[in-house]
Ligand binder design. Structure first.
Ligand SMILES: *Cc1c(COP(=O)(O)O)cnc(C)c1O
Length: 374
């Protein structure tokens, strides 16, 4: 859900892509993005494009033809990174896990010592499975073998700890339409000084002109040399979305998402739907309850949408038909919305012949009544 304040900001007068006012807006965005990412990285910007543009930026700038890219593969978006790496001409090696499981940090460390890649790429918040990947040890192990670390933070930014600096992530990217509660169209990217130094010394030119960070630095920083026409209104939107986060406070925002997640899980488990992901590795912004045996998930989703205007998604790949994917983020991560969602789901499931074990709404309400969440 896009915050109403963000829609309002988008109605502001459009100025030119070289207007000093636009660069002021960009500067505000950079300051606010650093806060949200948890970094002091000077090089923090937004690519014109959706989250995949951020992914492509990371791969195009930091993965050279013929170099070795290691990917931690346990979901759909790691596969997309693999594909981009191959197209870039990298030799891609993968450590694989079943969809829905997080990586053990020691396993990753020994994989890295064995493979000694130039770059390690992983997904911090895997939207296809609902898995959150802890990464501090992983990043340290990558640095030990001299590798740069790329992390996909598309669904974690603005909803969960990303902590770029604390974790030691070198290149992180995200998007505007998930945790930032803005329309799609921009992809925030932040780059560590270590990665920036490597980029400056890079001998080959990135094959991708549009997402070339050195050219973009010339446009957004210092010289303001024309590169492309930035989508001005989307920058207004992102600044407002980031301001909403800043005013709420990052910690408060994470806590609000955690409370909504815990209430939802209590409700869904009370109804008799187990979660796919084990408790320590769950995203709080994207929940993946299992579809009960014999129930057609598409029918449930369609009747929920028709009856309540609430849309949830299904699983894909190996999880097709097996899980629901329920995003609870931004302005929707509140008691009111979680209870309404559970009530709607209960009805939609009942319509498909599934009898809930207990009331999901009651179980969720109890979580919200617990003193620590008040
Ligand atoms: C949504 C998503 C992307 C791709 O973003 P688009 O905005 O659809 O291009 C990449 N990685 C993850 C983890 C995502 O959830």
């Amino acid at each position: 859900m896009v915050d109403p304040r963000v829609y309002q900001a988008m109605t502001k007068t459009v100025v030119s892509h070289l207007d000093p006012y636009f660069f002021q807006v960009v500067e505000d965005c950079r300051v606010l993005l650093r806060q949200a990412f948890g970094t002091t990285n000077e090089f923090t910007l937004a690519m014109s494009g959706t989250g995949s543009a951020g992914m492509q930026t990371a791969i195009a700038n930091f993965v050279e033809r013929g170099s070795k890219l290691a990917v931690l593969a346990n979901g759909f978006f790691c596969d997309r990174m693999t594909e981009m790496g191959k197209r870039q001409g990298a030799s891609v090696v993968r450590l694989e896990k079943p969809w829905g499981e997080a990586f053990d940090e020691d396993d990753v460390a020994s994989f890295l010592r064995r493979e000694r890649p130039r770059v390690l790429a992983f997904v911090q918040a895997e939207t296809s499975t609902g898995v959150y990947q802890n990464s501090k040890t992983i990043c340290a192990a990558a640095h030990e073998v001299g590798a740069l670390v790329i992390a996909d933070c598309v669904t974690s930014l603005g909803t969960m700890p990303v902590n770029v600096d604390e974790n030691g992530i070198d290149v992180a990217y995200s998007c505007t339409q998930k945790g930032l509660s803005c329309p799609p169209g921009l992809s925030p990217v932040t780059v560590s000084p270590r990665a920036m130094a490597w980029l400056k010394s890079r001998k080959t030119t990135p094959a991708d002109w549009y997402l070339d960070l050195k050219l973009l630095a010339d446009y957004y920083e210092g010289a303001h040399r024309y590169h492309h026409t930035a989508p001005i209104s989307l920058f207004y939107a992102m600044r407002e979305g980031l301001l909403c986060i800043h005013e709420e406070g990052l910690q408060n925002r994470w806590a609000r998402h955690k409370a909504a997640h815990e209430a939802f899980v209590a409700g869904i488990e009370a109804m008799g739907l187990p979660m796919l992901v084990s408790p320590g590795s769950r995203l709080t912004s994207l929940n993946t309850p299992r579809v009960p045996e014999g129930v057609d998930d598409l029918k449930v989703r369609k009747s929920l949408l028709a009856a309540t205007d609430m849309e949830i998604l299904g699983g894909f790949g190996p999880l097709a038909g097996k899980v629901f994917r329920v995003g609870i983020m931004g302005p929707l991560a509140t008691e009111e919305h979680v209870l309404a969602l559970l009530a709607g789901l209960e009805k939609a499931l009942a319509g498909e012949g599934f009898a809930p074990k207990a009331s999901g709404v009651d179980a969720a309400r109890e979580i919200y009544c617990a003193p620590r969440l008040r």
